[in-house]
Design a protein around this ligand. Structure first.
Ligand SMILES: Nc1ncnc2c1ncn2[C@@H]1O[C@H](COP(=O)(O)OP(=O)(O)O)[C@@H](O)[C@H]1O
Ligand SMILES: [Mg+2]
Length: 367
């Protein structure tokens, strides 16, 4: 090896002079040594992850000791370190991605998502190219947007598009091809979900906690450029799988607006939706338990924002669904929610959408 190097050096020095030959060999050596060191460093970090993953998983779900006893901790989703994708802040700030979420079921999330999307795509005033993403394994949004046919169901033995998207197993161009166009509305496309997503949600959580290395989907040029740029480590940062997809150039070029219908739990899908979204809308009913659920959800969102998981997420507001002005107690619920949010100094109030109430005069108070 040394002999070969010496022969090359002598030939180059004789041909180009010692200075040029030295420069040439230095560049050549660095081009080999640097990526090799980066690669080795990446392997070391991966080995460290393997040995620490059990402790990491247990500490993420651990209960916490308080002076008055043991209680549940903050939950798994704010687990550090948080590896945001490159250009995450810029991408989010330029995005129009609306998550429609609430930890309570039956409050109108899916109905609001479908209607807002259909309106923005169909109405002459808007004519927006809208992507509607169903992240609820029940597939209510998918069946709501394709009421007359079963063609949106994943083929036998295949996973739904939502599952593949959340798993990071689909590239933007394939994802685009897999979105299903709504009947009679070419501007509205839908990412459909089905029951396979329930299993995927659990799998994604466990794989992420245990730091399971995903199959490397980078092509050779990207792998090489990553090595040259010193990017040794590619952790399993599942929380941003959907963000990486929805912030990609192909998706940004094809849609003006993306609306995500979330399930009523902090699943892997909901977390990915919050990390991918620029805005959040919270539908609710105006009864007491629903009011409490809104406040508790906002607390959890604030936790995630301050942990740095989705710090750029803006509240569009809360929208009251199935609201009938003469329902007993609705005023008290509205006041309680507003007081609690005010106490927390949150910039989140009832959205003007709530003006679609039976009584416009009460609606004015929601502003
Ligand atoms: N504005 C509304 N008026 C009447 N019924 C509604 C309205 N919004 C929702 N619903 C009904 O309430 C039920 C729950 O709504 P859904 O959108 O599925 O809630 P979620 O997605 O939060 O579980 C559905 O049967 C839906 O048809
Ligand atoms: Mg729903």
């Amino acid at each position: 090896m040394i002999e070969a190097f010496w022969t090359i050096w002598q030939k180059l020095a004789a041909h180009f002079g010692t200075e040029i030959a030295a420069l040439f060999l230095t560049v050549l050596t660095s081009a080999v040594v640097w990526p090799t060191l980066t690669w080795l460093w990446g392997k070391l970090l991966a080995a460290r992850d393997f040995w620490t993953s059990r402790r990491r998983a247990l500490s993420a779900v651990a209960q916490r000791q308080h002076s008055d006893g043991v209680r549940e901790g903050q939950g798994v989703w704010t687990l550090a370190p948080i590896w945001q994708p490159e250009n995450y802040k810029n991408n989010i700030q330029g995005a129009r991605i609306l998550a429609i979420a609430n930890l309570k079921g039956g409050v109108g999330k899916t109905t609001v998502a479908a209607n807002v999307a259909a309106h923005l795509a169909h109405d002459e005033k808007w004519r927006k190219r809208v992507l509607l993403v169903d992240l609820d394994y029940q597939g209510s949004l998918s069946s709501m947007t394709f009421p007359d046919d079963q063609s949106w169901l994943p083929p036998k033995g295949a996973d739904s598009v939502a599952t593949r998207a959340l798993s990071g197993q689909i590239d933007p161009s394939m994802f685009l091809q897999s979105c299903k166009e709504a009947k009679n509305e070419p501007r509205l496309k839908v990412v459909t979900a089905h029951y396979d997503l329930a299993q995927a949600d659990n799998r994604l959580l466990v794989e992420w906690l245990l730091n399971k290395r995903n199959q490397d989907s980078r092509n050779l040029p990207t792998k090489l450029s990553d090595l040259i740029l010193g990017r040794a480590y590619h952790p399993n940062e599942m929380r941003y799988n959907l963000a990486r997809l929805l912030h990609s150039e192909a998706i940004r070029d094809n849609f003006d607006l993306i609306i995500i219908d979330c399930p009523p739990r902090l699943t892997s899908g909901t977390i990915q939706a919050l990390c991918a979204s620029s805005h959040l809308l919270i539908p609710t009913l105006l009864d007491k338990p629903s009011g409490e659920s809104v406040v508790s959800f906002c607390d959890q969102i604030e936790n995630m924002k301050s942990a740095g998981l989705c710090p750029h997420l803006n509240y569009v507001g809360i929208v009251a669904c199935r609201f009938v002005a003469n329902t007993v107690g609705w005023r008290r619920t509205v006041t309680e929610i507003q007081d609690q949010l005010h106490l927390r100094q949150l910039k989140c109030g009832f959205s003007p959408l709530s003006l679609h109430s039976a009584d416009g005069q009460y609606g004015q108070q929601f502003r």
